[in-house]
Design a protein around this ligand. Structure first.
Ligand code: GLA
Length: 394
């Protein structure tokens, strides 16, 4: 895996080739893997993500005009736009960049035009939030070019407005928060109502593996937005009995049970995932704090079961992968991480118990015939988010 310095150097070289000029600086934004708290962020609940050691780097130089010109080395595409008039016929990936530029300007920031080159080792569409890393890399590059300092919560809110308006996905705040503000060696406990983030140290006795299923996270925007609609409907039913419930975060399992008939079975199960997942976040924090690795692992399995059976965002082959991994010596727990419908799993194992190359080869061999891309497995490390990393000055 490329270390950030070599990624920076590659990005700078590519910038020079693309724009025939030197970048002023480059910044790196990491991907994220969520330990637990899935589909709780847009229900104003809690999440527990880590920023991972796979990055998107943005190399940047200011321009004399207001234009943003951006090149992606992964896609081999360049796109230029004026943030005051973003063209409707833009490539999809550029919507993340345009959303950030438009919404930061709307927040009153006077930003320069910029040439940007995006390069990284964070796989795209793998459920590890390459889109949030793209937004945060671009936003952090623009922030530093302009000599500003953005407030994390306001920046994440701007990214989300961009996602909602230009991408059409009504995502929560988790991914951008992790890419921007998480700390090395820690998971970030984020309260998605107050947007308060506290850093929880990861115990040295466990380590984490990222497992790419080989199934690109499909453009499941409609399914994702549908889950949100059903959460909102569940809140409306609960509110009829308990007006103080503002979001599913506020509901107890007992209140949910009392409304089961009014909710109908499907909405009840969707809401049950969120209500129980919210409790699993705190159980996980307690397990990690007390060093109870067995308990932490069993919470991952419980979380996966709830995503598969109640929230219905897993796939049969992902469930088989969880079972396969669960049989490997030293593995403590596994679950789907991110929105679902493909993407990645996160696995917790006793430190040093899993040989990533040997297990990775067996895993890929077992599942490659069932997935469009080659499945992959690697050890991940919790790293600093973009705001805590110095710029690379070429
Ligand atoms: C995606 C979204 C996040 C979150 C997760 C599910 O990654 O971008 O906001 O809702 O799905 O937990």
């Amino acid at each position: 895996m490329a270390a950030p310095t070599s990624l920076f150097e590659q990005a700078v070289t590519a910038f020079r080739q693309c724009f025939a000029a030197n970048p002023q600086l480059a910044v790196a934004a990491p991907g994220r893997a969520n330990l637990i708290g899935e589909h709780t962020d847009y229900n104003e609940g809690h999440v527990l993500p880590i920023a991972i050691d796979r990055y998107l780097v943005a190399a940047a130089a200011p321009r004399a005009d207001r234009t943003i010109r951006v090149h992606s080395t992964a896609l081999g595409e360049t796109f230029a736009f004026d943030p005051a008039r973003v063209p409707a016929d833009r490539p999809r990936w550029t919507s993340y960049v345009a959303g950030v530029a438009v919404e930061l300007a709307r927040d009153g920031h006077r930003l320069p035009g910029a040439d940007l080159l995006v390069h990284g080792d964070l796989p795209i569409a793998s459920g590890l939030s390459s889109s949030a890393a793209l937004e945060i890399a671009v936003a952090t590059a623009l922030e530093r070019l302009a000599g500003l300092e953005f407030d994390d919560a306001r920046l994440v809110a701007a990214c989300r407005r961009g996602d909602h308006a230009l991408v059409g996905v009504r995502c929560g705040p988790m991914d951008q928060f992790a890419a921007r503000a998480c700390r090395a060696g820690h998971a970030g406990l984020l309260d998605c109502r107050s947007l308060e983030l506290s850093h929880r140290r990861l115990p040295a006795a466990v380590e984490f593996l990222s497992i790419y299923s080989g199934i690109p996270r499909a453009l499941a925007a409609s399914e994702y937005n549908e889950r949100q609609d059903s959460c909102r409907r569940a809140v409306a039913v609960l509110q009829a009995a308990w007006p103080e419930i503002r979001a599913l975060r506020d509901a107890t399992p007992e209140q949910l049970e009392a409304c089961r008939r009014d909710l109908g079975e499907r909405a009840y199960r969707r809401a049950r995932h969120v209500v129980t997942e919210q409790r699993r976040v705190f159980a996980m924090v307690a397990a990690l704090e007390s060093g109870d690795a067995e308990r932490a692992g069993s919470l991952l399995y419980e979380g996966h079961r709830s995503l598969a059976e109640d929230y219905e965002v897993s796939l049969p082959v992902l469930d088989e992968m969880v079972e396969w991994l669960a049989r490997q010596p030293g593995v403590l727990g596994v679950r789907l991480t991110g929105a679902g419908f493909g993407g990645s799993l996160i696995c917790m194992a006793a430190a040093g118990a899993v040989d990533e190359h040997e297990a990775g080869a067996r895993f890929a061999e077992r599942f490659a015939a069932h997935t469009p891309d080659r499945p992959a497995l690697w050890k991940l490390h919790a790293v600093d988010g973009a705001r805590h990393r110095p710029s690379f000055i070429p």
